[in-house]
Design a binder for this molecule. Sequence first.
Ligand code: HAM
Length: 445
Amino acid sequence: MEIPQKVRGMQDIYGEYQRYFTFLKKVSRHEFRKNWFTRISTPILEKVDLIKRSIWEDTDIVSKEMYNIIDKKWRELVMKPESTAWIMRSYIENFLDETQPVYYYYIEPHFRYERPQKWRYRQFNQIGAEIIWEIDPVLDAKLIYIWKSILDSIWLKDSFKVKINSIWTSKEREKYIEALKDFFANKKQHLDDNDLHRLENNPLRILDSKNPDTQELLKFAPKVTDFLKKESKEFYESVKEYLEILGVDYVEDHTLVRGLDYYCHTVWEFVDFSGRSQDALGWGWRYDELAKSIGHKTAIPAVGFAFGAERLIEHIMEAWVKLKNKDVIQLYFIQLWDEAKKIVLPLNIEARNKWLNSQLSLWTPSMKVQMKKANKINARFVAIVGIMEAKNWVCQLKDMESGTQEEVKLENLLDHVITKVWKDSLDFYDPAKDFIIVEPIKTEE
Ligand code: HAM
């Protein structure tokens, strides 16, 4: 019988890749916490209505890329392809009475039924953040700054650029879209199928066309700036001014559009310099009308951003910095006799209390076989306890880097190894530091 393989477009995350993911999560968590964001997790499944009302009704995501599920009562559910609508739904359900605005971040798996390729998976992780309830251009600029700080901290400093644009308000967009449609009405014969589809279904996306003929025509198309009201212009100018104050370099890109009704004002994208088609590291935008489109009676201003974690991880792995490996075994016990095993087992446990990662060989084949294994797992030190050593309460300690060996008393072994290993690699974590003991409240009799 064939063993089932993993589902296409989904990956097992382990080893070095997992270590980079942990690093990325750690950096992001710290950056968010410093800026008063708290973490939120929303369910993987939601009712299909949420996504239809909110997200991409006429886009590929809804028409082709959703993972739909019919539950046992024939309800249609969908696995989350993104988190913004999920968080807005949760906000309306849970946080309307909280101190506003609310700042949330998430690190969550997402699902899109796309054609799998490098940088594009069917299950992928996003690290994202949303600020809800406030409209202030400083928030848009600060979010961009926070993401830039994260990329700087993970050493991708010079590997990306920030593109920004304004897509104004939905009313202004409507007028502009009409003008754009009029302009292309007698030029359809010059458009390819893709651009024709865009013109019909999502006209703003035509600004994003990669077809050189369309790009040429666009030079003569109506300019959006002619359709903007003073407030929209001022909002965009303020975002740029704040970005300058925060020292964020950006380029303006007026083709940067996503044509959903509830987007407004700022959109931005972080792209790498690779020039490959999947160069988007993350997208962000303001979405003041989303709450209304999912059924809330009023608009709720909000702004957010999400990075594709896999894209960042693969970038860091290709960069010239290497992550320290903290999953190493610093001390590996080789025992050559069953009685020796009883001696090293308590030491193996005590090592754990001293933040030292250790492991012991479980059965007792030849010394050669055990040494081979120690080598294979890259153990830093090996403590060998044979019959004589056990009797004399010592071990032979082998430094696997230098190849030298010395006899060490067992009672000194752990402290001795600790002085020799690289301090950073000790795995300090004391769960007790994360809680406070609360005295039970005494009630009067
Ligand atoms: P998005 O542009 O659809 O935006 O996705 C954000 C990022 O997720 C992309 O820039 C990309 O790095 C990564 N990504 C998307 N699809 C895949 C895939 N199939 N495989 C690997 N990585 C992928 C959103 O999802 C919005 N919710 C972002 C947002 C939050 N806007 C406001 N708040």
